[in-house]
Design a protein around this ligand. Sequence first.
Ligand code: F6P
Length: 345
Amino acid sequence: MRIALLTGGGDCPGLNAVIYAAVKKGINHYGDEFIGFLNGWKGVLDNNFIPLTLEAIDGIQLKGGTILHSSRTNVKKIPGGIEKVQQVLKANKIDALIALGGDDTQSVTLYLCENGINAVGVPKTIDNDISGTDQTFGFDTAVMIATEAVDRIHTTADSHNRVIVVEVMGRDAGWIAYASGVAGGAHVVLVPEKEIDIDRVCKLLKYNYDHGKHYGVVVVAEGAHLPEVGQVINEAAAKDSFGHVRLSGIGEALANLIEKKTGYETRSVNLGHTQRGGVPTAFDRLLGQRYGLHAIDMVHEGKWGRIAVLRGTDIADIPIKDAITTNRRLDQRFFDVIASLEAKV
Ligand code: F6P
């Protein structure tokens, strides 16, 4: 078969591992040929691609980012977009498409499948919030980076008797905040699933100061909601083509509120895209390769409109529509972990 791959949406450590495994198995075991469209769906619309040979993918499973580059391009919104995609795939004699991306990218994959294109999906996001899969690749790397940052914040906050708020990624779900906050021993962990109770945050921090610990570490997800404010948005930034606002700044807003309400000197740090950069962990390289191997098998089994998922320790697949209808968010079990480790206030 002649197969095309692409990566859409925010990049994620482990994307290259997926590409590596799908292409390697496809060439060696199925006799396939591959091309990679550059810059996500934009590359398909622009007919911009590179050949993906064994030489081209050699060693890429160790690297972060995506050798195919990425963009947030919504084909559904572009007049004539679907026709253009059909035309480009036909001109390049593409039998099947493997799309690596989160819910936005996969909403396009599904739309194309509904319009007669043979495509399968691989779930990607450091946010770990895709329904139907127990873990997306990239999450483990992001948690490792965020946890290391939280660890480091403890010593500087302690030295200066300060509160420091660490803002991590997590637009709709607080998986990174939960994992790095608990692993990094934060005193307060705040997630998008629960509105922030600022008085309780201050009480938790005061507990530290009243019990001989003159500093505090707060981890907050970028998508957490402040009462009366909601999510903190970068108003100057335009919405992306899927209609998403750019989140940023809750850490700073929260730090200002904490300082005002408690009188403790407070700082904030936003980890931002650091969490998406650099080499994937061993776990993400392995998970990415397992997803890639499953994706190429899905293609040869004609499982169009389906997406690879991790179920427990097994890789399986489900309809794309089941993966993108809702976000997978933290539930009571995780709130209980956070609450059980907090001071009793
Ligand atoms: O990939 C998801 C994500 O990391 C979100 O947590 C974050 O809001 C968004 O991407 C940032 O995207 P961009 O790279 O376009 O600023």
